[in-house]
Design a protein around this ligand. Structure first.
Ligand code: DMJ
Length: 463
């Protein structure tokens, strides 16, 4: 084994050469230094990189869903644009004080975005990115056009709730209302209460709040005797079709919305559902091993451990634990997430935390690890989280920057790029990074709740 030492001005790290799946890579064990992070400088750098990505979007993808940052062109998810990137990125521009860019983007959205399209769209993605983005844009600017667009879109999405159980179908046609996708999952069923509940509060039309809450409760009511939910469920019959339980993609934001439904609306049912759920999750899914503190997979009925996988999506849970008041677990989990990130200098989609082997080597510019570091910095003021944030940012710039934007990686070991700049890179990844270092007064954390796409929504409750 080849051991080499690398020193950097701010970070001291030891690199050890590892061999995984035939590939060698350096695992860096970062040590914090005593050098104070210059927050002003960091915030300015992050803003510059946001503009780098945004300018690429403007030049090569203006009006379309996403930039393809290597082939220097664009892609639309459904063959016609729903303006994913501008809607997702708008509130980040406002928070960064990029007024000229925000004004131009507002005009684009209000003048040209229409949902009157004969396309079948994914309810979950459209709700968290577009309804969520439009609502936060409205709250930040008070421009009524944003609210009207959110309401029009939500009305087109509502047919998904036409099931006996109240749990939504996965897809809906924006023009005809035709629905499909009866096999869904907790995340896609439960992650609409923030957006639809807020729409009700802002318009006075209670239908949105009621449908979203009913779906959340219907799912919770189907938890197992030991309090866990599975990976997939038939929304027509209410029968589980996969009983594997975890906190990863497909379940993740269901838990997030239980907690945030309580914090945003002061909803006591959500408080009760979150508290009993997190207790079960900590009992059956949490795992303390020699490699750290993690959450793995177990059967929802027996609680028996199925596997020991953890990934970039699971890293969101530290933020939820912190928001829910459990800083001890949140900090322990974040230390593990940082370890995962430093396996190759950028986190993979999934590892086996028992062996610390990478089982899925992709990185699609995800925000969750950064999001949790941001929450922990907010709650603890511990500078180690700023150093984490700086590492995340520096690594993303080093490995994901292209001539005209930012690209995900097909493989975090080889660092081969994938030619996609997801809209959540501008909505979430760069927003959370910026907010970690931003001047005081940029956003009052305790007065808002972020939806799962990092769109800040003003709290209706002080609880
Ligand atoms: C985002 O769309 C949301 O954060 C969602 O909850 C999970 N996937 C991406 C980011 O990784």
């Amino acid at each position: 084994m080849n051991v080499s030492k690398i020193s950097a001005a701010i970070f001291m790290s030891i690199s050890i050469l590892f061999f995984i799946n035939g590939n060698s890579f350096a695992m860096q064990k970062p040590k914090t230094s005593n050098v104070k992070i210059n927050k002003k400088e960091m915030a300015a750098k992050i803003k510059t990189e946001f503009l780098h990505a945004w300018n690429g979007y403007k030049k090569y993808a203006w009006g379309h869903d996403e930039l393809k940052p290597i082939s220097e062109t664009y892609q639309d998810w459904y063959g016609t644009s729903l303006m994913m990137t501008p809607v997702d990125a708008f509130d980040t521009m406002v928070l960064m004080g990029l007024k000229k860019e925000a004004d131009k983007t507002e005009k684009l959205i209000l003048d040209s975005l229409s949902f009157d399209k004969n396309i079948s769209v994914k309810f979950f993605e459209i709700n968290i990115r577009l309804v969520g983005g439009l609502l936060s844009s409205y709250e930040l600017t008070h421009e009524k056009g944003f609210l009207k667009l959110a309401e029009d879109l939500a009305n087109r999405l509502m047919p998904v709730f036409n099931t006996k159980t109240g749990m939504p179908y996965m897809y809906v046609n924006l023009k005809t209302g035709e629905v499909k996708g009866k096999i869904s999952n907790p995340a896609e069923i439960g992650s609409c209460f923030i957006e639809l509940g807020t729409l009700s509060k802002l318009t006075g039309n209670l239908i949105y709040f009621d449908k979203a809450k009913k779906a959340l409760v219907a799912l919770y009511d189907r938890r197992s005797k030991i309090g866990l939910v599975g990976s997939s469920i038939n929304v027509k019959t209410g029968e589980w079709t996969d009983t594997e339980s975890h906190i990863s993609g497909g379940i993740d934001s269901y838990y997030e919305y239980l907690l945030k439904g309580w914090k945003l609306f002061g909803d006591n049912d959500c408080k009760r559902m979150w508290e009993s759920s997190v207790e079960a999750v900590n009992k059956y899914l949490a795992d303390s091993t020699s490699t750290g503190f993690w959450y793995g997979q177990a059967d929802m009925n027996t609680g028996k451990r199925i596997s020991t996988l953890f990934g970039s999506l699971d890293a969101f849970f530290g933020a939820e634990l912190a928001l829910g008041g459990d800083l001890k677990r949140a900090e322990a989990l974040q230390a593990s997430c940082y370890k995962m990130w430093n396996l190759t200098g950028i986190e993979p989609e999934e590892i086996n935390y028992d062996s610390m082997k990478i089982t899925f080597p992709q990185y699609v510019l995800r925000p969750e690890n950064i999001e949790s570091a941001y929450y922990l910095y907010h709650y603890t003021h511990d500078e180690k989280y700023l150093e984490m944030g700086k590492t995340y940012f520096d690594n993303i710039v080093k490995y994901c920057r292209t001539k005209i934007g930012y690209s995900g990686l097909k493989n975090v070991i080889t660092k081969e790029k994938d030619d996609e700049m997801q809209s959540f890179f501008l909505a979430e990844t760069l927003k959370y990074l910026y907010l970690m270092f931003a001047p005081p007064g940029t956003l009052n954390f305790d007065k808002i709740i972020f939806n799962t796409e990092a769109h800040p929504i003003e709290r209706f409750s002080k609880k």
